[in-house]
Ligand binder design. Sequence first.
Ligand SMILES: CC(C)(COP(=O)(O)OP(=O)(O)OC[C@H]1O[C@@H](n2cnc3c(N)ncnc32)[C@H](O)[C@@H]1OP(=O)(O)O)[C@@H](O)C(=O)NCCC(=O)NCCS
Length: 173
Amino acid sequence: MCSPLLPVSNKIRSLLPSDFNSILKVINDAAQAYKGVIPGDRWKEPYMSAEELKGEIEAGVRFFGWVEGGRLLGVAGIQALKDTTLIRHAYVLPGCQRRGIGTRLLEYLIDLAETPEILIGTWADASWAIRFYEKHDFKLVSSTEKDRLLRTYWNIPERQIETSVVLRITSSF
Ligand SMILES: CC(C)(COP(=O)(O)OP(=O)(O)OC[C@H]1O[C@@H](n2cnc3c(N)ncnc32)[C@H](O)[C@@H]1OP(=O)(O)O)[C@@H](O)C(=O)NCCC(=O)NCCS
């Protein structure tokens, strides 16, 4: 059960190596939303392995989390690349979704970004996630542009490129 939202300032923090297992749990619990929705050949359990998460952190994804009462309820990562910023792996525990935690984490990461452009990739079939990002002014890019961006900035298999979309926001500092 989740209590009413508390102020952002003391709820969001940078996650530490000691949070590793909690991050994995939030991701894998929340990713159950994809089961039966994304193409069957893209689903696996656990959705993200410890090895994959370790690889993402080593590749430069910095995770931030929403913590209440010592419990991690939501996570989102940011990856600064040379000329763009990726927001990666945004997940909120199933019982805590739709209370604004994802929004607060997203806004926090947008503020941290040091490039005008921010990109987010998600499954084409995850309509709720696309709506969530569109509500925050991210716009879907064309299919050709999506292929180019995913090949340039992500390290994912061709089949994932086929079944994903990319959303972009460009801010003026
Ligand atoms: C997408 C996600 C990170 C958003 O976090 P959140 O804390 O639930 O989001 P917020 O409460 O800030 O915003 C809620 C909005 O997101 C969208 N949304 C989130 N979950 C939804 C759901 N299950 N069904 C429909 N819309 C949903 C809606 O637009 C919703 O607005 P509404 O409640 O006014 O209709 C979270 O729902 C989640 O972890 N989902 C499962 C995993 C996932 O899709 N991750 C995205 C990876 S790219």
